[in-house]
Design a protein around this ligand. Structure first.
Ligand code: NDP
Length: 458
């Protein structure tokens, strides 16, 4: 590691999705780049987020398929069993493989990987954990986020987070999960599918705040239909350790005994101790780096992308922000990522895919909207007489018939929404959707065959 004043064109702190993309692209434009990572190359998505989570979801879905679906198609499935250690080890091996690929791609791009914690010593100066200081024309903060847990809660030390679930020695018999967002909902379903007795504790009334209300109600109902105990309008008052696990005392007077208690009450930007405030970098009230449209912080030469900026906390967004940063700074082509109409998925069971405005947002932004929605049982579930249903909803701006939102809850929703997102991003209208011929028999064909406007019941 060099120790002179102007060692790098770019020093990236954090080798997650955003940092890696920015580093590789900057290097491809000819910049001399280093990226520091205190843990493992890959970041939240690869190491303890999207990737291992989705693998656990796949594993979990087998329960429903084997128990409820296969018999309707004539299959007798006997003697099944599930081994957590096999799944966990396979998932962790895949995480290792992907982390290795990320590191290799960085090296192949000519990026130097610094396997230690780095902090900002001053604008243009980075301090490493071993005491070395290096100079960099530009510093990119891409340290991501970390689970937030309430520090003033008596017994908070007994909470685990999603981070720990991937590493459990054995699956718990029961778990209480606090929260009603992406992580709480996804882990509630996946753990239930793996045979864990799950209780979800949510402070509001209906989970998935921020999503379209129809989707929220459906997912909330599905939680209960899957046998997950859902406790709403309550939070912890304290958590105590018991001989077998934990006892959660709730503000509604209930106590719940479970083997484990997990907090999924949001994440916060990982900026603590990074030296940002001392360098003059403005942070918001939650500690996220405040940036402009080009991901520049309040200090020249210090930039930030991804969850650490708390814009839209999704991997593909971090990647786009990282790419736009690199193009702006190192290719001389100023580029800002457009955060409008970013699709997202919740890997509940069944999953959710959503893009654009919710009905409520569209009404408040545009006034009159036309709603098209349908619920139906996909063909796949007819023979097994399974109650899994599909919800599809289009939100259309009445004035010009532009489709401004699409919300799907049901099998393959995340796969379908990716294609719909193209149409919505392109500003297509309901007549253009209708002009598209259906693919039959699919569930997605309903998107181009919904003819009747939905009329609320009087
Ligand atoms: P979210 O912000 O999605 O949800 C946080 C939940 O915790 C909300 O239900 C919130 O309630 C509740 N909560 C917040 N503070 C408290 C409190 N003090 N006491 C009790 N409950 C509280 O966070 P997640 O941790 O689920 O996920 C973090 C982010 O990670 C997501 O926003 C998303 O950007 C990303 N992510 C994306 C995934 C995907 O794309 N599939 C998967 C996982 C994560 P309320 O609703 O009332 O605010």
């Amino acid at each position: 590691m060099a120790q002179t004043a102007t060692d790098y064109d770019l020093f990236v702190i954090g080798a997650g999705s955003g940092g890696v993309r920015a580093a590789r692209m900057a290097a491809s434009y000819g910049a001399k780049v280093a990226v520091a990572e205190e843990y493992r190359v890959g970041g939240t998505c690869v190491i303890r987020g999207c990737v291992p989570k989705k693998l656990l979801v796949y594993a979990s879905e087998f329960a429903h398929e084997i128990r409820d679906i296969a018999p309707g198609y004539g299959w007798t499935v006997t003697g099944t069993s599930f081994d957590w250690a096999t799944l966990r080890n396979n998932v962790l091996a895949e995480v290792d493989r992907l982390s290795g690929i990320y590191a290799r791609n960085l090296r192949n791009a000519g990026v130097e990987i610094v396997n230690q914690r780095a902090t900002v010593a001053a604008p243009g100066r980075v301090r490493l954990a071993d005491g070395t200081e290096v100079g960099a024309r530009h510093i990119l903060v891409a340290t991501g986020g970390q689970p937030w847990l309430p520090t003033d809660l008596d017994g908070a030390e007994h909470l685990i987070t999603s981070n720990e679930v991937f590493l459990l020695d054995r699956l718990p018999g029961s778990i209480l999960i606090a929260g009603g967002g992406y992580i709480a909902v996804e882990f509630a379903f996946l753990l239930k599918g793996l045979g864990v007795d799950v209780t979800l504790l949510y402070r509001g009334e209906t989970v998935l705040n921020g999503f379209d209300d129809d989707v929220r109600i459906k997912v909330h109902d599905e939680l209960k239909r899957h046998g997950i105990r859902v406790i709403t309008q309550a939070v912890f008052s304290r958590i105590e350790k018991t001989d077998t696990g934990c006892r959660s005392h709730l503000t509604n007077g209930l106590t719940v005994d479970t083997d484990l208690v997990m907090g999924a009450m949001g994440r916060r930007a990982y900026t603590g101790g990074l030296g940002l405030e001392q360098a003059g970098v403005a942070l918001d009230a939650n500690g996220a780096v405040v940036v402009d449209a080009f991901s520049k912080s309040s200090v020249d030469g210090i930039w930030a992308v991804g969850d650490v900026t708390d814009r839209i906390n999704l991997t593909p967004v971090a990647i786009r922000e990282g790419a736009a940063f690199a193009a702006t700074v190192f290719a001389g082509t100023p580029m800002s990522f457009d955060h409008k109409d970013v699709a997202s998925a919740v890997f509940s069971q069944p999953p959710v895919g959503s893009v654009g405005l919710t009905e409520a947002q569209a009404r408040s932004a545009h006034g009159a909207v036309d709603i098209y929605k349908t619920t139906f049982r996909p063909m796949r579930y007819v023979l097994p007489n399974d109650e899994t249903r599909m919800l599809m909803k289009l939100v259309v701006r009445a004035s010009d018939q532009v489709v401004v939102g699409c919300h799907i809850a049901g099998p393959d929703a995340p796969e379908i929404i990716q294609a719909v997102a193209i149409a919505i991003k392109a500003g297509l209208t309901k007549p253009q959707f209708d002009a598209t011929c259906a693919v039959h028999p699919t569930v997605a064909e309903e998107l181009v065959t919904m003819k009747e406007k939905w009329v609320p019941s009087p």
